[in-house]
Design a protein around this ligand. Structure first.
Ligand code: SF4
Ligand code: SF4
Length: 360
């Protein structure tokens, strides 16, 4: 293990943490062994190899510019070309007798299964969403339970995902307090941590859909407390006021970028920055992207039933379970309100029946 890469990958996930794009043997794979394809983000590969401890598989690490699968696929850094080029250059074609690869369904917004098959002859099988399920999936004859198909973002996943993007902000904030307000440094660290845990644990139950609406109630309570402190508390209230203001600022930060912290929830920041003409932060591009325009209401998900070829890709790939099949074996968008605009169904639809069209 490379401790520097581990710390960098864990706590500075806004920035890439690439490793070499190679074909790796895990265990003692043979000609019939499964072929797994993943991105070249250090933490993902490390976790995957640890989970595959007692399995014999080929692990093909494809170029995602060192970014995790979901972010890279969303930003199209992990794409059809990455996978096609990994297959063609790794030598895997000479090492196995089959032509099936298993890949995370979180890569579906970037990697188009139909195009990969056309260019290489390899079929994509969508594996489980969570790395934790990979062994169960392989041992169960590569069968996915419904749970393995869906992104739920339970409290542990929310905390895990959110710590990485926020850590650089905490770091910069801590340096600022160290230089200009040392007496408040401990308050800042404690309040940042407390508000973070409170908000990330409780956000599904807070009213509203977007992050900023979810923090409104909390901000209002803190603002009333601030006014009350001004009016009723003794002169020595600087620390209380500072604590409340820090809490309000931190909650505003979490709320405005909830989509980046828990990707099943919409982001308020991306559309806002896009309107200001700011196109990307770090590796994540959003201005002019279909996803941002869908979230922003400039486009809407449209479905042309007559074009549906019943390939089932939308049903299999949607991380939110928004699609179902009717009695005539056509897709139906049954849970539009749960759509997070990931674009996976649009990219994978074999009949080009699903589109993101501009609102008239
Ligand atoms: S319906 Fe929405 S969430 Fe589901 S795959 Fe399509 S774009 Fe993604
Ligand atoms: S992905 Fe497209 S063609 Fe396939 S079932 Fe869904 S709507 Fe129909």
């Amino acid at each position: 293990m490379n401790p520097f890469k581990f710390i960098w990958g864990m706590f500075f996930r806004l920035f890439p943490c690439p490793i070499r794009t190679v074909l790796r043997r895990v265990g003692n794979p043979g000609r019939q062994s499964p072929v797994l394809v993943t991105c070249n983000f250090y933490i993902t590969v490390r976790r995957l190899i640890r989970k595959l401890d007692d399995m014999d598989v080929w692990l093909l690490i494809a170029d995602s510019k060192g970014v995790n699968v979901w972010c890279a696929a969303g930003g199209e850094e992990f794409n059809t070309h990455s996978v096609v080029s990994a297959i063609k250059t790794s030598g895997i074609q000479d090492l196995v007798d089959h032509r099936n690869m298993i890949i995370s369904p979180l890569s579906a917004p970037g990697v188009q299964a139909k195009e990969v098959q056309k260019q290489t002859g390899w079929s994509i099988r969508w594996g489980p969403v969570r790395i934790e399920d990979i062994c169960a999936y392989l041992k169960n004859n590569q069968h996915r339970s419904e749970e393995m198909k869906r992104v739920t973002y339970n409290w542990r996943e929310r905390l895990d995902t959110a710590i990485g993007p926020l850590f650089p902000f905490y770091f910069v904030g801590a340096i600022g307090f160290l230089l200009f307000g040392q007496h408040l440094l401990l308050n800042y660290l404690a309040i940042s941590a407390a508000t973070f845990f409170f908000f990330m644990l409780g956000c599904p139950w807070l009213p509203g859909r977007s992050g900023l609406t979810k923090v409104i109630v909390l901000e209002a309570i803190l603002a009333i407390s601030l006014v009350a402190a001004e009016i009723y508390v003794t002169p020595n209230t600087f620390s209380i006021r500072a604590d409340l203001i820090i809490a309000m600022v931190m909650l505003f930060i979490y709320g405005s970028e909830l989509g980046g912290l828990a990707p099943t929830m919409p982001s308020d920041l991306d559309p806002f920055l896009a309107r200001l003409g700011i196109g990307a932060v770090g590796n994540v591009a959003f201005a002019g992207t279909v996803r941002t325009e869908l979230i922003n209401g400039l486009r809407e998900l449209t479905y042309y039933r007559e074009k549906c070829v019943s390939c089932r890709s939308c049903v299999e790939i949607c991380p939110q379970g928004c699609w179902a099949f009717d009695d005539e074996k056509h897709a139906v968008l049954t849970k539009k309100e749960k759509c997070t605009a990931c674009r996976a169904c649009i990219v994978q639809c074999e009949g080009e029946a699903i589109k993101a069209e501009a609102k008239s």
